[in-house]
Design a binder for this molecule. Structure first.
Ligand code: EPZ
Length: 419
């Protein structure tokens, strides 16, 4: 079991460039299934979830090359329309292959993604959207079998919640139908816009991505396309937290201001100053000790992102005062709290609420990562803690953060891996 060993309470100095977005590359890789020509994706992050998705593409009959952030997906005969359980269990977001397989083959078979570290991960909204597009759904013993009844038909789909995965899956299923499909109350994340841009490059006509109403006019044949993945806003905010808790000045390159607008007021409330040199490059200045933040409520985009709830909570464990978190997106996203407490954090949770009473210092300890963003939270806390922290289960971290250990070492952190 891989571990990270961090010697904390050191300032960071220097600059880093932000990787391509994990939550953009995954649905775009599923979208490459639609095209029978070669697709080239630039700025692809070198992370475990990409490697798992490559395994799924290869299982389905595609061949791929991945070198220096360039992913090439080559045509091959699409032999299957199922995703085996061992791959589904590796990564819940493989559910987004459902829509692409339905579009491409008229059927799809996957196992339920299963509950996980964030709480139940139901897919009722995905399946309801598919039914409205003319797809028959059979569910038995945790297996989902989808088959197009006659043909995919255009539909008016109202989402009960702006679910990211549901929006993506409906786009991918509807995009092979030349009738118009409208998604109302759609998710508005930048990753949705990136997927729509890629599908339009291949020949679709999708309007409104990034807004609450998206219209999709699909196409029968998808052309070869090349595309550069947008920067990862969650990774960028994670590094901002690392700078803030260590009282550091950091330059972060390649992150559009509008991608992190929702968190800038929060960092300013803590006493940090974030200055943009231009549209995509910023410098963060951090005080000796942060001020607490009254309320942090996670919301769908463009609200405060649930994916930075854990990193921001870690950042505020040593702030002056009390910060209150309300997690409104997932049912159980506080598993990192007990591990932060081992480092000396003072956090109480009650349902969706977490109350963080800032402490003067954290102290190094042995901790264990519970999920991807929880792992990032432990790294952030360890960077500030006095003494040595050993973080186990860091495989979670590698699912979404490219070369985090190297990046932090280049900024002056004393960090190394051990088995
Ligand atoms: C995506 O997950 C992201 N993952 C998550 O990032 C992110 O936290 C989430 O969107 C919210 O922004 C990827 O893009 C690969 P949802 P997704 O559907 O699509 C409930 C990370 O750390 N729901 O918007 O699964 C669901 O249980 C990951 O990078 C239903 O009830 O999120 C959750 O409570 C974690 N029924 C809420 O909606 C459904 O059919 C939001 O889920 C679908 C979702």
């Amino acid at each position: 079991m891989q571990k990270l060993i961090i010697e904390g309470s050191r300032e960071l100095r220097g600059e880093i460039r932000i990787q391509g977005a994990k939550n953009s590359i995954l649905p775009i890789m599923a979208a490459t299934l639609l095209c029978d020509e070669e697709c080239i994706i630039y700025n692809c992050p070198d992370i475990l979830d990409v490697k798992t998705t490559i395994e799924i593409l290869q299982y389905l009959g595609r061949s791929t090359t991945f070198e220096d952030s360039v992913l090439t997906v080559k045509p091959g005969n699409l032999k299957k329309s199922d995703i085996p359980e061992f791959l589904m269990r590796k990564m819940r977001s493989s559910i987004v292959f459902l829509g692409a397989l339905i579009s491409k083959t008229g059927k799809a078979e996957v196992t339920l993604p299963g509950g996980c570290e964030l709480g139940p991960r139901p897919i009722d909204m995905h399946l309801s959207g598919f039914k409205q597009l003319g797809v028959r759904i059979n569910e038995n013993h945790g297996k989902i079998e989808c088959s197009v009844i006659k043909r995919i038909k255009g539909a008016e789909i109202m989402l009960p919640f702006p679910s990211v995965g549901t929006t993506e899956n409906i786009m991918l299923a509807a995009v092979s139908c030349e009738e118009v499909t409208t998604i109302r109350n759609a998710a508005r994340e930048p990753e949705i816009v990136d997927l729509a841009n890629f599908l339009n490059k291949m020949g679709a006509s999708i309007d409104g991505a990034g807004e609450s109403t998206i219209t999709i006019k699909g196409c029968k044949k998808f052309n070869s396309a090349s595309h550069k993945i947008i920067p990862d806003r969650i990774v960028a905010i994670t590094y901002l937290c690392a700078a803030a808790i260590t009282g550091s000045r950091l330059v972060i390159k390649g992150i559009p201001k509008n991608f992190i607008n929702s968190v800038i007021p929060l960092f300013e409330e803590t006493g940090c100053l974030i200055k943009f040199f231009d549209e995509k490059n910023l410098q963060i200045y951090s005080p000796e000790r942060l001020q607490s933040v009254k309320t942090v409520r996670t919301m769908p985009y463009p609200g405060f992102p649930t994916d930075v709830q854990a990193p921001v909570m870690a950042m505020l464990t040593t702030a002056f005062g009390t910060s209150v978190f309300v997690e409104t997106i997932f049912g159980s996203r506080y598993k990192h709290v007990d591990e932060l407490a081992r480092l000396g954090a003072n956090i109480k949770t009650e349902g969706s609420v977490a109350i963080v009473d800032g402490v003067k210092n954290l102290s190094g300890a042995n901790v264990s990562a519970t999920d991807l963003r929880g792992a990032a939270a432990l790294v952030i806390a360890a960077l500030a803690a006095e003494g040595v922290t050993i973080i186990s289960n860091i495989g979670y971290l590698k699912r979404g953060y490219e070369k985090m250990e190297d990046n932090l070492r280049s900024l002056g952190a004393v960090i190394k891996q051990s088995m």
